[in-house]
Design a protein around this ligand. Sequence first.
Ligand code: NAD
Length: 373
Amino acid sequence: MQEPALAIVYLYRLQQQATMDSFVYQSQPQRIIFGTGTLAATGEELSRLGCRRALVLSTPQQAAGAEALAGDLGERCAGTFAKAAMHTPVGVTEEALAVVRAKNADAVVSLGGGSTTGLGKAIALRTDLPQIVIPTTYAGSEATPILGETAAGRKTTQRTPKVLPEVVLYDVELTLTLPVALSVTSGLNAIAHAVEARYARERNPLISLLALEAVRALSFGLERIVTAPRDRLARSDALYGAWAAGTCLGSVGMALHHKICHVLGGTFDLPHAETHAVILPHAAAYNDAAAAEQLAPLAAMLGASTAGVGLYDLSRKLGAPQTLAGIGMKRGDLDRAADEIVASPYWNPRPVERGAIRELLEDAFVGKRPEPE
Ligand code: NAD
């Protein structure tokens, strides 16, 4: 990880432009362990929680890692369940709950990305079992009290302290295998949490500062990961940034960008992280003038005149997908998407207007670079 002292002074000076008269800050109780080789501490952390029979969760693709962890945990492991899936289908949760009961598990250990973390949270919601999350992507779900679940093709999201994981073990070593394309889209998904935290209605000085730090660490890490995917320092920066960005997401409400991504993912089935990557520069550009005070330090950090331009150029440099057309959206669906976004918008610094949103979607469809100021 980069020496933070100078960066903090820099961020502190930028932050002076965005001081606040009043704010509310709710901290999230969570134990964070960050480092390399921290996976080995899983057993000790289970003991700290007073747990003796953990169920280890993963996706089918990460089943081997879950089995290896189960082997290391020995008697402290009740078994594995390797069927976690994107958007937390309730059917999978019910299957996992049957295993929890059959094996008399007293904790869940989620090894993987947002999909696996989602399953662990869904189990915790229904059982109050403690969770240890070992994140292997940059999605940030491990740091939030938010759970999105899908039943009969509909996704519903709730925010409740019941699903906030008790312990997060960040092990840089486990992220070395994350493919470059997924690292980039997952990293931009994390940056999106931080960007929207900057102008969130509930913003506060701590989270605003952390959001800048998240963008700094993630952009710095990702730029090196694309050429050296196994560079441990770059991976460490990105994972640290992902923790910071996830903490932002867990602490303040999200706005237009997340609304657009929920509609495009929920109704049009576009892929989660890629959709975030494509939309982010356009959502930032939409809000650049209305949230100028909050976004100017971010633009400066990215070396651009506006946040929208800076994020577009960053995403191009990283080789991220830049068009909705390229990730499966049909032009004929853009009108319906715009209707849905404006029908029940999230709070946003700039009013969410049908014409402007339709234009934003068109720009994202073709991958147009936002206009610099
Ligand atoms: P994911 O968890 O679906 O992982 C994508 C794929 O990459 C999976 O096949 C996984 O097994 C594999 N993978 C993960 N880490 C790997 C590694 N280190 N090496 C090799 N392969 C690896 O993807 P994601 O983007 O992390 O999560 C997306 C899900 O998380 C969505 O359902 C989204 O809604 C949710 N999410 C929730 C929150 C929240 O706060 N509730 C926040 C962000 C994302």
